[in-house]
Design a protein around this ligand. Structure first.
Ligand SMILES: CC(=O)SCCNC(=O)CCNC(=O)[C@H](O)C(C)(C)COP(=O)(O)OP(=O)(O)OC[C@H]1O[C@@H](n2cnc3c(N)ncnc32)[C@H](O)[C@@H]1OP(=O)(O)O
Ligand SMILES: O=CC(=O)O
Ligand SMILES: [Mg+2]
Length: 532
């Protein structure tokens, strides 16, 4: 690399294959380069701000609404508007950007497909490039796939509306360097999806739509607003052409929902209750607060006061501003066993009924087999309406910081701790093998749910919590259980799968991130070092 290239150009760590040439065209690289030059320095500051804010909470402060932005919360304003094809989002399916799944998702009985470069994708280079090609072909309507049995897949005539979830601010794309450093993964995903698809999307009456994950402050969404405005100006598109839905899935962000909507008001159409990352963030943000340690993962359900307050405040805030309030994901997935499946459908139905009756405008499903049940729940609640923007939740008295931070009592059981270990190890094994979303014990596990499992144990050790059977949770207890649960996993997955898989690497990573003094922010960061 010359000195000139070091400062202005992107450096790709690999020669381009035929696939990569399709995505990394000269025009796309030029646009990506501009975005990286213009916006990546600020992203660094935003990530540093996260650490500064977290330090205050680690030192004893509690998150709260911000004094300086009270005027934004107190004054009346609304977002710019919602395009026609996003007015009805009662059921959205989510899934990684794999070819067959993209087709199945777009054909499912849903209104929207959220194509995911985040929680459900392990962002190895080939997967990321392949994902861009799959979405390009999906937008063109030409996407097809033939499986090993010869079954052919193609799009139905009226596919779901496409929204692309880009990687979070913390995730780098290590195969592209600028000034010797990995560029932001989210900018990479945005630049390529936008560049290749905006024209075709607009021509068919849709638009470049995005989900933004893991935001921690309105400064971060203001940054995205600048990125979107730059892209619109650069391609001579009217302001507000790009639309975003922001996941409120971190504890800091729940205190800034008005500010987030305001900072992105030209571009935003709604917020989403990303409940799994939110629970993970509650643990991570309050990791030093001994009075707010969560119990077993399965007992932290959406009817718990702190989660109910989060859902209701999100709805109230969004609807006041004319924005959508999307619900989240029930992690149950269909079973081939009829009895178990009926139980799963009942669980999912109950979860979605709660969301619909709270006033959410729509919700997520993880699997096409859940779409009909959830569609039925929202059809019954919505009646003739396309959404519930008219629901103001005026019956709620003010939702306070105290309610959002309410401790969640409950048992910490030995079985719960062992299950956390098995889930986390198996998920990490899948992730470092290139698979970001897997069924484990009848639940969908992804980079948000698995984080809950591994951070719970870290925090239980940190605060020397006691299991319901009286055992004190220590590093030694964790080590013993990890060894024993590795043998359980070995039996469950079988000898061949166990020896051919990356279970030893996964156990080693789990051991490291659970027992080290400092809680690492995301398991996907050390995980990424093990991914090609
Ligand atoms: C916390 C959050 O961020 S939630 C959002 C991120 N998470 C997700 O998006 C989860 C997406 N879901 C999935 O990845 C999958 O449903 C899994 C991994 C949980 C289960 O997948 P599988 O084991 O393949 O399920 P199963 O065998 O029952 O699939 C049956 C069919 O449905 C398809 N399918 C399953 N889930 C999806 C989906 N989300 N989108 C599209 N198609 C799907 C499968 O591809 C399969 O298709 P085929 O019959 O044509 O071969
Ligand atoms: O992204 C969604 C979540 O629940 O996390
Ligand atoms: Mg998430």
């Amino acid at each position: 690399m010359t000195q000139q290239e070091m400062t202005t150009e992107l450096h790709f760590t690999r020669d381009f294959s035929y696939q990569e040439q399709q995505v990394l065209t000269d025009g796309a690289i030029r646009f990506l380069t501009e975005l990286v030059q213009k916006f990546s320095p600020r992203r660094k500051e935003l990530l540093e701000n996260r650490l500064i804010n977290q330090k205050k909470i680690d030192d004893g402060a509690l998150p709260d609404f911000i004094m300086e932005t009270a005027s934004i919360r107190d004054s009346e304003w609304t977002i710019r508007g919602i395009p026609d094809d996003l007015l009805d989002r009662r059921v959205e399916i989510t899934g990684p950007v794999e070819r067959k799944m993209v087709i199945n998702a777009l054909n499912a009985n849903v209104k929207v497909f959220m194509a995911d470069f985040e929680d459900s994708l392990a962002p190895g280079w080939e997967k990321v490039i392949d994902g861009q090609l799959n979405l390009r072909d999906a937008v063109k309507g030409t996407i097809s796939f033939i499986n090993e049995q010869g079954k052919e897949y193609s799009l139905n005539p009226d596919p779901a509306v496409l929204i692309c979830r880009v990687r979070g601010l913390h995730l780098p794309e290590k195969h592209v360097l600028w000034q010797g450093e990995a560029i932001p993964g989210g900018l990479f995903d945005f630049a390529l999806y936008f560049y290749h698809n905006y024209r075709a999307l607009l021509d068919k009456g849709s638009g470049p739509y995005f989900y933004l994950p893991k935001t921690e402050s309105y400064h971060e969404t203001a940054w995205w607003s600048e990125v979107f405005s730059y892209a619109e100006d650069r391609f001579e598109l009217p302001r507000g052409t790009i639309k975003a839905t922001v996941l409120i899935e971190t504890l800091p962000a729940v205190f800034q929902m008005d500010e987030i909507l305001y900072s992105l008001r030209d571009h935003i159409v709604g917020l989403n209750c990303g409940r799994w990352d939110y629970i993970f963030s509650y643990i991570k943000t309050l990791k030093n607060h001994a009075d707010r340690v969560l119990p077993d993962r399965q007992s932290v359900t959406m009817d718990k006061p702190f989660l109910s307050a989060y859902s209701r405040l999100l709805i109230k805030t969004c609807h006041r501003r004319g924005a959508f309030a999307m619900g989240g994901m029930a992690a149950f997935i269909p079973s081939k066993d009829a009895e178990r499946n009926a139980w799963v459908l009942d669980k999912v139905r109950a979860d979605k009924e709660l969301e619909a009756s709270n006033g959410h405008d729509g919700t997520w499903v993880a699997h096409p087999g859940l779409a009909d049940v959830v569609m039925d729940v929202f059809n019954r609640t919505l009646g003739e309406r396309k959404n519930q923007l008219n629901i103001s939740r005026s019956q709620d008295s003010e939702i306070t910081a105290q309610q959002l931070l309410e401790p969640c009592p409950g048992e910490r059981t030995e079985e719960g701790m062992r299950a956390n270990i098995r889930v986390a190890v198996q998920y990490i094994e899948a992730w470092i093998s290139g698979n970001g979303c897997v069924p484990i014990y009848g639940l969908m596990e992804d980079a948000a749910t698995a984080e809950i499992s591994r951070t719970s144990i870290w925090q239980w050790i940190r605060h020397e919590k006691t299991l319901s059977n009286g055992k004190v949770i220590t590093r030694e207890l964790f080590h013993t259980m990890l060894d024993e649960e590795m043998q359980v996993i070995r039996q469950e997955v079988g000898e061949t799968r166990f020896t051919q898989g990356r279970f030893a690497d996964a156990a080693q990573l789990m051991e490291r991130i659970t027992t080290q003094e400092t809680l690492i922010d995301f398991l996907t960061l050390p995980g990424y070092a093990l991914l090609d």
